[in-house]
Design a protein around this ligand. Structure first.
Ligand SMILES: Nc1ncnc2c1ncn2[C@@H]1O[C@H](COP(=O)(O)OP(=O)(O)O)[C@@H](O)[C@H]1O
Ligand SMILES: [Mg+2]
Length: 143
């Protein structure tokens, strides 16, 4: 089942992320897909806020992953520049994906073979300057 949310501002996307963040469990993996500027990083800001972490959330474009520490830490990946999945294997992604933190992956479609079935898959569509469709799949809790 996929749940569709429409947002009309970046603030609304952050709010949606916050609601989602409050419902995530340690070990959750959130796989984000959608074009540049679709709102993946803003949703991640919300997730991190919803978990009660105070961190400056930025797309980790040059370092592949940012860690936001906390009781349940967040591992924030951006796979945009990855050539293939072996890049992830080189940095030992399993330790993070299958640890006690929460993993959020931007450009998850770059590493399809590494995204588990149980991941919460979220697809973004740009519908207008400030309008976004955010399709949340594989998520049993109703939001
Ligand atoms: N409804 C919306 N939700 C999220 N971002 C929006 C929205 N409307 C406009 N924006 C703008 O789109 C851009 C989204 O940026 P970002 O979250 O970094 O995208 P991504 O990480 O998907 O590349 C920001 O400049 C933001 O201000
Ligand atoms: Mg981004």
């Amino acid at each position: 089942m996929t749940i569709l949310h429409k947002t009309v501002s970046q603030a609304e996307t952050v709010k949606l992320g916050e609601t989602l963040g409050k419902k995530l469990q340690p070990g959750s993996i959130v796989a984000l897909t959608g074009d540049l500027g679709a709102g993946k990083t803003y949703l991640t800001k919300g997730i991190v806020k919803g978990l009660g972490l105070k961190a400056a959330v930025r797309s980790p474009t040059f370092v592949i992953m940012n860690i936001y520490p906390g009781k349940t830490p967040v591992f924030h990946y951006d796979c945009y520049r990855l050539k293939d999945e072996t890049d992830m294997e080189k940095i030992g992604y399993e330790e993070y994906f299958y640890g006690k933190g929460i993993t959020v992956i931007e450009w998850a479609d770059r590493i399809p073979g590494l995204i588990p079935e149980t991941a919460i898959k979220i697809e973004f569509k740009i519908c207008g300057e400030n309008e976004r469709e955010i399709h949340i799949g594989n998520f049993r809790l109703k939001m």
